[in-house]
Design a protein around this ligand. Structure first.
Ligand SMILES: [Zn+2]
Length: 391
């Protein structure tokens, strides 16, 4: 069996900040006891309207109000689409659980606002809670929770580029929020809103919901040759493409044979075209695009039609239902046998054959996709029937 270790430059980030933003930040309650529901989504579909407001220190933050407003809308839309791809529990009276499906309305900030987006601003109480905000790139804090309605309220803070609250870390990329019309801010907003929608930290460094994700965005290593190298975002949807990979000579030889690369091809990008209506279980088209240099235009060299071969649960984002809750009928929960209640995530293996553009030899391939991850794994089968790890 051949095994290759790949050196993904896009995964290599340098130093990590000592204080990573946390996933389950809640104001300590009166008794100081552990809040088991700290990771719950802040809203279910019994809550139809969610208000949010924008509080920004435009002078210091490093991106303007219109830019942050647009990125908040995009990030909310991202999760609305992603959560529509999950099989969430369903109960007779309540119906199907939906997350991130609310009507989000921007309002002027007040005591009753559900979500307060704070760009470079903190009040006295928040300052005291965060202790040393200069060490925090971004943070989401639930300040109130109605156990009866399963409804939360809180703030999402993003550190400013300048001023006394400015984020201080080694290797910090200056003026991050203003780059590429707020694209990095968009990624940070998606991560923080993921916590609002009940997702905990998971996955390896650099993955969307991983610990240290926001710090990774603010690090200089997010730039390469003067260009941003952000990965495309996906969570419950399956990954759509890989970065351009220029492998070492040994692996390149294997890929050349396997994927039908031309003699001068050195860099490869894998692309996946999923069925929009049934991404997980319908066939996926896998395409291999190649070029002789990382910056050169790629040509499609081979295609495989992949169909589902295997699927298995890999993770459950647990939802804790407090005794006081009046959203779900207790008896129905018991009858449904939902001892555990949550957002399920799956791993899927899809299998197919490669057909080269010139109609040459077919090759078998297995591709594994995991929900919650932008990584994927490719195995091939040698003519002798051995499994070959290709990615
Ligand atoms: Zn986080």
């Amino acid at each position: 069996m051949t095994k290759f270790a790949l050196n993904f430059t896009f995964l290599l980030f340098t130093s990590l900040s000592a204080f990573a933003e946390g996933s389950a930040n809640v104001w300590t309650n009166a008794t100081g006891s552990l809040q088991a529901d700290a990771h719950n989504p802040w809203f279910f579909n019994n809550t139809r309207e969610v208000s949010y407001c924008i509080d920004i220190d435009e002078q210091n933050f490093g991106a303007s109000s219109p830019v942050v407003r647009e990125q908040i809308s995009r990030a909310l839309q991202f999760w609305n689409t992603e959560f529509s791809k999950v099989s969430l529990p369903s109960l007779p009276t309540f119906g199907g659980v939906q997350i991130a499906s609310q009507n989000f309305q921007e309002v002027a900030c007040s005591e009753t606002t559900d979500l307060r987006f704070q760009f470079g601003t903190l009040d006295e109480k928040q300052l005291a809670f965060l202790v040393k905000p200069q060490d925090i790139s971004a943070i989401t804090v639930r300040t109130e929770y109605s156990a009866k309605d399963l409804r939360g309220k809180g703030f999402l803070y993003f550190s400013p580029a300048h001023g006394p609250l400015a984020y201080k870390a080694d290797g910090y990329l200056q003026n991050t929020w203003s780059r590429e019309n707020g694209e990095i801010l968009y990624h940070a907003l998606v991560h923080e809103l993921g916590h609002v929608f009940g997702l905990s930290h998971m996955g390896s460094y650099g993955e969307l919901m991983s610990e240290g994700y926001v710090e990774s965005l603010l690090n200089q290593s997010v730039m390469m040759d003067g260009k941003l190298r952000l990965r495309g975002l996906n969570f419950f949807t399956l990954v759509k493409s890989s970065p351009t990979i220029c492998p070492d000579a040994v692996l390149l030889k294997e890929w050349r044979q396997y994927f039908g690369l031309g003699a001068t091809d050195k860099c490869v990008q894998f692309r996946f075209i999923h069925d929009q209506a049934n991404e997980l279980f319908a066939p996926t088209q896998m395409e291999v695009w190649a070029s002789s240099h990382i910056a050169q235009v790629k040509q499609r060299v081979s295609v495989a039609e992949l169909t589902v071969n295997r699927f298995n649960p890999i993770y459950l984002n647990l939802i804790q239902l407090p005794n006081e809750q009046e959203v779900f009928v207790k008896q129905e929960l018991q009858e449904a046998g939902l001892g555990v209640f949550g957002v399920p995530m799956m791993g899927l293996t899809k299998r197919g054959n490669f057909l080269f553009e010139d109609g040459r030899v077919k090759r078998h391939v297995n591709v594994r996709f995991d929900q919650g991850s932008s990584a994927f794994y490719i195995d091939g089968v040698s003519p002798e029937g051995e499994i070959i790890t290709l990615l």
